[in-house]
Design a protein. Structure first.
Length: 449
């Protein structure tokens, strides 16, 4: 959005049009002020910003960003409550709060004013413990690898050109570093907003899944990587790290919003909200979806996903019984607990078919043995499983088969039943705990827990 210079409208004799376009929902009619002087019209525009700022019962959420160009920091949710007398309370719980308050909810009072420069400017012109750390030129934070140099600080702003003034939203632009800052009327208490935002964030970001498909209506696919950090890569290749852009975002009770508008193909996005069915986040017009790479998580996660024995075919059930009998040949106190897919434990571990077995009669101790599978994802939401003839076994399997000589072949027979390409559906598309595999070509339907 371009900065609108009100004085140019004055010189061109277009003040009414200029102010009307800038303040699209200011609560007055153009004709009301047509006969007033230019200075009075500008004063009315500033009055309307002041009235709007002070009108929010629960104050405003201030979606604050630092810097310009490359995203150096995540976005921050601050909170502001204005009165008409130039006083403001700003609150936050960000990591750059000082004096031992980092990540602790803090409120600070200070002053603000509305200035007339090229247009109305919202200025926070006294020190505020919550806001000013972003503006302080001293690099107070410990960031040895930061692109921000001491003397520039975090490249935050405390003077903002008012780009638009609407009843429930005010768009600001940093006067020095040009980051967009958005004020949104808060629809709940600040404590509830923080808690609800954290709950939403945790529902689609976590330590296990922090990479995402970004898919538009034409099935163009790119990726977000590192979204949980609030400062992430927008890339076309996760492995090679081919970066399209670095993006910052703020999280909201409904999803997240990036600092500026970006695009995939011809589809633009700025804010994403969780879909009703919880399978993805959608942009404003639904043309772009953000989906957790849960299918990669199922393949790559080191935890063992157990196959649901109640859904075994007769042949799978028979092999399960035979494998259990073979284990007992090695040690008659052992018994097969489950067959799953994942990473076996111990040395020389493999990712593939994993036997989990009890190693005592009390069934309080377990161990694993594994046979490697090749598991590839030909395209989103699908997996191909194969067990080559030279597939490796782990050390435990090698030890067990010295006495239980048929166990490796029985495992290969079980794996052969899984050979094929599957469509995968999950109970949670951001952190699945169950996944159903439906055969597309070959294979047998099964479910992992």
């Amino acid at each position: 959005m371009k900065k609108i210079h009100l004085n140019k409208f004055l010189l061109a004799g277009m003040v009414c049009c200029g102010i009307a376009s800038l303040f699209t929902s200011c609560r007055f009619e153009e004709d009301d002020y047509f006969d007033e002087s230019a200075s009075l019209r500008v004063e009315h525009a500033i009055d309307q910003v002041r009235d709007n700022l002070s009108s929010a019962e629960n104050g405003w959420v201030m979606q604050y960003f630092c810097g310009t160009g490359v995203a150096h920091f995540e976005g921050f949710n601050l909170f502001a409550k204005f009165d008409k007398n130039g006083k403001v309370t700003i609150a936050g719980n960000h990591r750059f709060l000082r004096d031992g308050n980092a990540n602790k909810y803090t409120e600070a009072n200070s002053l603000y004013s509305l200035l007339l420069e090229d247009g109305p400017v919202l200025a926070f012109n006294t020190w505020n413990d919550v806001l000013t750390p972003f503006v302080d030129p001293v690099a107070y934070y410990a960031a040895p690898n930061s692109l921000v140099k001491d003397g520039e600080g975090m490249q935050g702003d405390h003077n903002f050109v008012v780009m638009s003034n609407n009843d429930n939203e005010i768009i600001l632009r940093g006067e020095r570093h040009s980051a967009e800052v958005r004020l949104v009327k808060c629809d709940r208490s600040w404590a509830d907003y923080i808690a609800d935002t954290e709950t939403m964030k945790n529902s689609f970001t976590n330590s296990s899944i922090n990479e995402y498909y970004v898919i538009n209506n034409n099935n163009d696919t790119l990726y977000f990587s590192g979204l949980r950090n609030g400062r992430f890569r927008y890339t076309e290749d996760l492995v090679k790290g081919v970066k399209l852009d670095s993006l910052s975002c703020v999280f909201t009770p409904n999803g997240f919003r990036t600092e500026h508008t970006d695009s995939i193909g011809s589809c633009k996005f700025h804010e994403f909200k969780m879909a009703e069915d919880k399978t993805c986040l959608k942009n404003e017009d639904g043309s772009v979806k953000v989906i957790g790479r849960w299918d990669a998580f199922i393949v790559n996660h080191t935890a063992i996903w157990k196959m649901d024995a109640e859904q075994f075919t007769p042949e799978q059930a028979a092999l399960f019984t035979q494998i259990d009998a073979e284990l007992k040949k090695h040690n008659n106190t052992w018994s097969l607990e489950s067959i799953g897919i994942g990473k076996s434990s111990g040395s020389s571990s493999v990712i593939g078919l994993v036997l989990t077995f009890y190693t005592n009669t009390a069934k309080s101790k377990t161990n694993t043995a594994g046979l490697a599978l090749t598991m590839t994802r030909p395209y989103y939401g699908h997996m191909t499983i194969d067990c080559p003839e030279n597939a490796k076994t782990d050390k435990n399997m090698d030890t067990i088969k010295k006495k239980a000589t048929e166990i490796e072949q029985l495992c290969r027979d079980f794996a052969a039943l899984l050979k094929g390409t599957y469509g995968i559906s999950a109970n949670d598309y951001f952190l699945p705990t169950t996944a159903t595999f439906d055969p597309v070509q070959g294979g047998t339907k099964f479910k992992l827990n």
